[in-house]
Design a protein around this ligand. Structure first.
Ligand SMILES: *Cc1c(COP(=O)(O)O)cnc(C)c1O
Length: 380
């Protein structure tokens, strides 16, 4: 079968991802391990290709969400350490050993379970322990003495890392981050006083790196979004100057499947959300919400067609999106338009799409569907 035309595709610059990684490294300096986060298929940039590139560029650790994501990387030859941040489901625990993955453990009961499994295999199971310092999601709420007891009685394991996750790191008007740091640091120092000094303490995702919250860097950072070229805007308050410059690595395009002229008064799409106020030329794109274009862009979004902004008109449908190209240079069937990316002086990024659609840039990137083909601009 095939070849088939590309209806909608992303073009990914692995070189840009490498540059972003090196930018993070130079901000945090050589004493801080940078563990890029490649969960959710590397925010849809392709976990295998991105991981190959990052490890070739010197990444010694990668972070994923679950065992399956780690297993895919192992099957494709990635040998770096892999931290599994959000899984320890009973059915996945064997896979942690089988694929040489390092779990984040979120409760004292699971330390015992990891110890039991490690003993049964005759190995020393490394793990990172997550502390809930105030985010109220994953992580143990146990006291330092309780944690010390659990660690001491798990003799077939080694606690290699202590970590926590910050809930409001882009909010400089809130004290939540400093409060969380205080909780985490207190537990770490109580453990240290009792002789438990894991080599890695880590708390920072992208934002505390980008805005230089140095007291949250410790020995390791876990950036995701910035690796793909995005720094979240400060939500509230005044941040210190931004230290990090990164650029998006992904461009998203769609092919034009039809171009036609509509008379004044013509209705466009489901629910007739749009009615042509005057004669106009429209183009129909071979991508819709099944490809990841947010339905909320209906009648609101825009794309770049032949180097000009072209508004989305009518409802975004499952496989098709209609745009107004009246003001654009002539388009033909098969031409590509840019859904996300830059054409000349015009640019649309995931944060702009997110604002229009009432969501967040992470969700825009992760929403790009698997059926959207991937093209890598340079060899891995
Ligand atoms: C996803 C995730 C990260 C990366 O977050 P970014 O904001 O993309 O940098 C870091 N740590 C944990 C625990 C995560 O789940």
């Amino acid at each position: 079968m095939g070849p088939f035309a590309y209806r909608s595709w992303v073009e990914i610059s692995l070189r840009q991802i490498a540059e972003n990684f090196h930018a993070v490294r130079s901000v945090v300096g050589p004493g801080v391990e940078v563990m890029p986060v490649v969960k959710a298929d590397a925010y849809r940039h392709g976990a295998v290709e991105v991981s190959r590139k990052l490890t070739a560029e010197g990444a010694r650790w990668l972070a994923v969400s679950n065992v399956e994501e780690g297993a895919i990387l192992r099957d494709r030859g990635i040998t770096a350490r892999i931290l599994v941040m959000a899984d320890f489901l009973p059915a996945e625990r064997d896979g942690l050993f089988d694929y040489n993955l390092t779990p984040v453990i979120h409760s004292l009961a699971d330390i015992h379970e990891w110890d039991r499994l490690s003993a049964a295999r005759g190995v020393t199971g490394d793990y990172h322990l997550k502390v809930d310092s105030g985010m109220g999601r994953l992580g143990t709420l146990a006291s330092a003495p309780e944690i010390l007891n659990a660690i001491a009685s798990a003799r077939h394991t080694r606690v290699e890392g202590l970590m926590t996750h910050l809930a409001s790191s882009a909010n400089y008007a809130s004290s939540q981050t400093e409060d969380q740091l205080a909780v985490f640091n207190r537990i770490c120092s109580e453990l240290a006083r009792a002789g438990v000094n894991p080599p890695f303490l880590h708390l920072s995702s992208s934002t505390p790196v980008a805005y230089g919250r140095r007291n949250a860097w410790q020995r390791m950072v876990r950036p995701g979004h910035v690796i793909y070229g995005y720094v979240s805007p400060v939500a509230k308050g005044t941040a210190p100057p931004r230290l990090l410059e990164v650029r998006p690595a992904l461009t998203w395009k769609a092919a034009v499947v039809a171009v036609k002229d509509l008379p004044a008064g013509a209705q466009v799409g489901y629910g007739a959300m749009f009615r042509a106020p005057q004669p106009m030329r429209i183009a129909v794109l071979a991508a819709g919400y099944a490809d990841g274009i947010p339905h909320r862009l209906s009648n609101k979004g825009r794309v770049i067609a032949k180097g000009q902004f072209a508004p989305v008109i009518g409802a975004v449908s499952m496989d098709l999106t209609t745009i107004d190209v009246t003001q654009c240079p002539p388009l033909q069937v098969g031409d590509a338009v840019t859904l996300l990316g830059t054409e000349g002086a015009f640019s649309i990024d995931a944060q702009q799409i997110a604002r229009t659609a009432g969501t967040i840039s992470y969700s825009v990137l992760c929403g790009i569907h698997a059926r959207v083909k991937r093209i890598y601009l340079e060899a891995a």
